[in-house]
Design a protein around this ligand. Structure first.
Ligand SMILES: Nc1nc2c(ncn2[C@@H]2O[C@H](COP(=O)(O)OP(=O)(O)OP(=O)(O)O)[C@@H](O)[C@H]2O)c(=O)[nH]1
Length: 447
């Protein structure tokens, strides 16, 4: 107890010193001006000593691609992806049984309130099978099930070689099961069918096996039967992942190429990028460039999600993790971009198709004088949701406002309620519209 207290005091004073250094540097540097530079400096000071979890430091160099498996969990809404993810995290000792909230990877407030996954989340686990001499490093990506967020699913699949296709043992195959199956199939992923919720009285696994065979040509003998609620059948999931999903391809000794999967803004660290290392190796202190923007950055911190950010100082071929580079805004982190070592020439990775906005709505401040506040709130919110498009709009009745594009109605609803809740802005939103093409018989058309 005493030594813990001392350690915590030492850490606190170290943090204090770093903040002091950052403040002194800020005062003395004539090049730095404005609060954003100050924030950046603070973020750098804090990034070099991030919030570490109490687990032992992990040496990622011990995990060559042969001992890595990257997989996603995909399913229709509520078929049990996040609950299954919880159980796998518990089975591997990544989180403690009964500790933390259910649906651990659903971290956003909106996810907890609505019981849905909105943003894909990655967690790294270590698992040693009973017949295996060495442990495996498993990267699990929990994805959203709702159709509005299928863009998140396709991005996540780009970092994986396999997917667990979870199907409710009573409901069977649903619309998003089909859509997500084809996303995984087109990406050439190994698909492991998991029939979940077999504890339900109405469960009928044999009927679901037949459905999976007739619709997707998945063999009944390949189906795993589980209950993420009771734990039944879960012992077969990770061995199947290790046996059936191939290791990530990529050249360990090649030039560094990383796929930028996602980014978000953290108050303390600045922009945090989630990346998949396709070739080569990344170390803290390296200089990297972004193919889309041509910008060069210093790598201030590198690590993986275990399931909280855990510093490792290095990421190797096939590994999925995070990088902090001192980017000022998530707008600099173009999702799907290729990151590589500065001064090297590499072929950019294919990246992703741009997100398509399906629904548009005008957002106006209830009081015209709140326009700047709304502008600021939207800017902050889009920092963590780059899939919203924003253009300024003016209306004779409602004054100055914004026209925003969303991936669907649920996405719009989530965004507007976040605007109201997190920023206390009172806004008027216009009836959502969908873009359409008006085509004349003479061939002319209007959007
Ligand atoms: N009976 C039973 N209920 C389960 C099982 N697995 C999950 N559930 C319940 O099903 C509901 C949905 O589970 P989630 O894990 O949030 O489902 P999800 O697929 O992640 O949902 P989205 O993220 O919204 O797509 C929750 O109430 C879970 O407790 C199971 O094996 N048996």
């Amino acid at each position: 107890m005493g030594s813990l207290h001392r350690a915590s005091k030492t850490l606190k004073s170290l943090r204090h010193q770093l903040l002091l250094q950052a403040t002194q540097q800020f005062d003395s540097s004539s090049r730095l001006s404005g609060s954003s530079d100050y924030r950046l400096l603070l973020a750098r000071a804090l990034c070099s000593h991030p919030r570490q979890n109490a687990k032992e430091a992990v040496d990622l160099t011990q995990y060559p691609p042969e001992r890595i498996r990257n997989f996603s969990i995909i399913a229709h809404v509520d078929h049990g992806k996040s609950t299954l993810a919880d159980r796998l995290l518990e089975l591997t000792g990544t989180i403690k049984r009964g500790h933390g909230q259910p649906q651990y990877l659903d971290k956003l407030q909106v996810e907890r309130e609505r019981g849905i996954t909105v943003k894909a989340q990655t967690a790294t686990m270590f698992h040693k099978g009973s017949n295996e001499p060495q442990p495996f490093l498993l990267n699990l990506i929990d994805t959203p099930g709702h159709v509005d967020f299928s863009y998140e699913v396709s991005r996540s699949l780009a970092a994986c070689q396999g997917a667990l296709l979870v199907v409710d043992a009573a409901q069977g195959v649903q619309a998003q099961t089909v859509a997500n199956f084809y996303l995984a199939f087109e990406s050439n992923l190994t698909i492991i069918p998991v029939i979940n919720k077999i504890d339900q009285p109405t469960a009928d696994p044999d009927r679901i096996k037949d459905q999976l065979k007739s619709m997707f040509d998945l063999e009944p003998s390949d189906c795993l039967l589980t209950s993420a609620k009771t734990g039944q059948g879960l012992e077969h999931v990770l061995p199947a992942v290790i046996e059936r999903i191939p290791p990530p391809p990529g050249e360990g000794s090649g030039l560094l190429r990383m796929l930028l999967l996602d980014s978000y803004y953290d108050e303390y660290k600045g922009v945090i990028c989630h990346v998949a290392v396709v070739d080569g190796m990344l170390r803290k202190g390296d200089k990297i460039s972004a193919a889309a923007t041509g910008q060069t950055y210093d790598v201030l911190d590198v690590g993986f999600m275990h399931p909280e950010l855990t510093q490792t100082g290095v990421l190797l071929t096939g590994q999925v993790g995070y990088v902090v580079t001192g980017m000022r805004s998530t707008k600099e982190a173009r999702i799907g971009d290729t990151l590589f070592h500065a001064k090297t020439i590499v072929k950019p990775l294919p990246g992703f198709k741009a997100a398509r906005h399906m629904v548009f709505s005008g957002l106006f401040p209830a009081d015209g004088s709140d326009f700047e506040a709304l502008n600021h709130a939207i800017e902050r919110l889009t920092c963590n949701d780059a899939s919203v498009s924003v253009t300024k709009e003016s209306s004779t009745a409602l004054g100055l406002g914004f026209r925003c594009g969303f991936l669907g109605l649920l996405h719009m609803d989530v965004f507007i309620s976040d605007l109201n809740k997190e920023y206390g802005t009172h806004i008027i939103s216009t009836v959502p519209t969908v873009p359409y093409i008006f085509e004349y018989s003479d061939g002319r058309y209007y959007l």
